[in-house]
Ligand binder design. Sequence first.
Ligand SMILES: [Zn+2]
Length: 120
Amino acid sequence: MTTAEFERMVRKALEQLPEEIARALDNVDVVVEDLATREQLVGTGIEEGAHLLGLYEGIPLTDRYGYDMVLPDKITLFQGAIEAICDSDEEMVREIRDTVVHEVAHHFGIDDDRLEEMER
Ligand SMILES: [Zn+2]
């Protein structure tokens, strides 16, 4: 799959977010990279770049006191890692959607522990 095709899937996943969620997104960029770098793995609890599907970096909406002139939040989808665990386009669509939703949840201030509880 080319990066352009992958990016199209990511855009679609964003468009499929519930409208009130999509509207509430504030100052956040969504980018595609191949695999996570060493620096990006710091603090994730994941050792191998190949195992990190997505990453949220930024200041969650819930922590934005006196928020002004700040670089946008960044959500990164790691194409290489997602491709490695998917056997079909359908799986890719599902995995991208799940990852986008997960990282968007972080934008809204929901941490991994809470997400894990909700996903159970
Ligand atoms: Zn997470």
